[in-house]
Design a binder for this molecule. Sequence first.
Ligand code: A2G
Length: 444
Amino acid sequence: AASTVALVSPDSLFDFSSKIDKVRVGLVGCGMRGQVHLDELLKRNDVEVVAIAEPDQRMIDRCNKIFAKHNKKPVTYFKGLDGYKKLYSDKKIHAVVISTPWEFHEEQTIAAMNAGKIVGLEVCGAMNLQECWNYVDTYEKTKVPVFMMENVCYRRDIMAVMNMVRKGIFGQILHGQGGYQHDLRNVLFNDGVKAYGGGVEFGEKGFSEAAWRTNHYVKRNGELYPTHGLGPIGTMMDVNRGNRITHITSMASKQAGLTDYIVKNGGADHPNAKVEFKLGDIVQTMLKCENGETILLTHDTSLQRPYNLGFRLQGTDGIWQDIGSGGFSQGFIYFEDEMKHSHKWASSEDHLKTYDHPYWKKYEAQAEGAGHGGMDFFLMNDFIECIKQNKEFPFDVYDLATWYAVTPLSEKSIEGNGSSQEMPDFTRGKYKTRKPVFGAEDYG
Ligand code: A2G
């Protein structure tokens, strides 16, 4: 059943003394990702975008076009890397959406909580384990809620499978897989002018994600982007809500894909051809849950490949495997009783249509045209509706800490030749009594 747990407790630093009908939002970071959020927010009449902190004038120009498209006047922009601090001092703002380079998430999120602003935080993994505890400790001190903005949880096929899991169609769940399997070579490198491709520059000579994301590939070897896989699978397994991840182990292949790409597109003499990228092309991480399930995550972004997050969910009564990007027919399914022990896959289409989640059916029309096949509508809708209705976020600070923690733990495991790493219980025992909320039939 839908949760009745309040989003904001009475002792919160967030002032919830009067009911909120119109949520006043500030955007921290309005690059390519923030602009998708801006577009979604400007469509809604229960939201007012109050201010934007964005240091790059090229991104501000793009934001201005989005305001113009919605016939709205641009708002105040705070420039400079510290612009977010000025934005947080605006008393009018209820909530902020943070879509900045990964290395800024910690300071910007903690400062927002301390300023009494509800946070929607974009996906990535933590820089170190302490970061994860800092989110939890600051939440417990301020009681200012954080929404972990994992959009793939809202993918239509995922929500249909989630619905089937909740109804027990797969029987007992034993194993799940997912990951981030997306050829990012033209995201990681560009010509410094366009956001995607056209050159092999990164860092100071790169633009958009190439200006910062690629640096993580130079310096780190681990599961850098765990949440697109772990969000959906962890939610299906009730992680932090009756279950928890106990330990993890990771292994990485060698690196070759990025250097190969630089040589082929920029020539063997290009200085970047000599860069030693630390990140292995394929990083695999196994996670073990207290209730007995295993999860396999794969990070695969440096080689040519079609997009596919590689979901698989397996139980005593059936199995689902995705091979596409969210369409109902882009997957396989097998239930031996129904399929007369054929040992052959069937298209997932009929089953996913039958179990299409009511949340999707309800908002299908509004989600049309929203980012990533519509799921970005549902993500933002939950953020705003939970605030308006004072209803707990489906993915909260404990999920943020756990999902983000996979990154530093996997780095350590790889360094130790696959050594086992303990996942802390960020809930400090509360996982035993916290109830699952996401995906129930009356959800949303
Ligand atoms: O590529 C996709 O949009 C990713 N999202 C997003 O997380 C980011 O990595 C982006 C790169 O520009 C999904 O795959 C859902």
